[in-house]
Design a protein around this ligand. Structure first.
Ligand code: IMP
Ligand code: MG
Length: 188
């Protein structure tokens, strides 16, 4: 696989991601097989996009799709502001089973905020699925119900994850070469 020149190292390949997505979809459809109404998948934009689509396409149960957009990074590599909900779901989730689909959990502050917000809408259940989990970075008491891979404490890009909105479209997950990115920026 060709490594992008702004990526230091590929840590999870396309094949590994697809294999794990298949396993996660199986576990999730088994868990929800007896629910009465379709499962509501809530994707957290924009990083969730490829993971959300891949999981959804493999889920053999009825589901509907909703999205939210939360801002916390403002283009930096660590949270710069308290998470703010910029875009909310449209559906009424009262008494429904809800699954939040996220790209990565770092401090956990974004998801804590989202869970609090969604709980006020009185769903029957809220669970969390994340592709990556930086468990060592957690500063709030929050665990994912399902996660794809435990992630190291590096700034990661690809398969939805961005650095200042670029590199989301890489098919693998890699460690961003921040020195190279900064050097390029200083030149321009
Ligand atoms: P948290 O609120 O600290 O858990 O941050 C979660 C959000 O930060 C995720 O939804 C991502 O959008 C972003 N994030 C955290 N770590 C990374 C990373 O390594 N690369 C890209 N985005 C990240
Ligand atoms: Mg995100």
């Amino acid at each position: 696989m060709l490594k992008h020149n702004l990526v230091k190292e590929i840590i999870i390949t396309e094949e590994q991601i697809q294999k794990r997505v298949t396993e996660l979809a199986k576990e999730i459809e088994t868990y929800y097989q007896n629910i009465e109404k379709p499962l509501i998948l809530i994707g957290i934009l924009r990083g969730c996009l490829p993971f959300f689509a891949d999981v959804m396409m493999k889920l053999n149960i009825e589901c509907t799709t909703e999205f939210m957009y939360v801002e916390s990074y403002l283009g930096q590599t660590s949270p710069t502001i308290e998470p703010r909900i910029k875009f909310d779901i449209f559906a009424d989730i009262k008494d429904r089973d809800v699954l939040i689909v996220e790209d990565i959990i770092d401090s956990g502050k974004t998801l804590i905020k989202l869970v609090e917000h969604l709980t006020q809408k009185q769903p029957k259940s809220i669970k969390i699925l994340t592709l990556l989990d930086k468990k060592a970075k957690r500063i709030v008491d929050l665990e994912a119900d399902w996660f794809g891979f435990e992630a190291p404490d590096h700034f990661l890009v690809g398969y939805g994850l961005d650095y200042q909105e670029i590199l989301r479209n890489l098919p693998y997950i890699g460690i961003a070469d921040l020195e190279k990115i900064k050097a390029l920026k200083n030149k321009s």
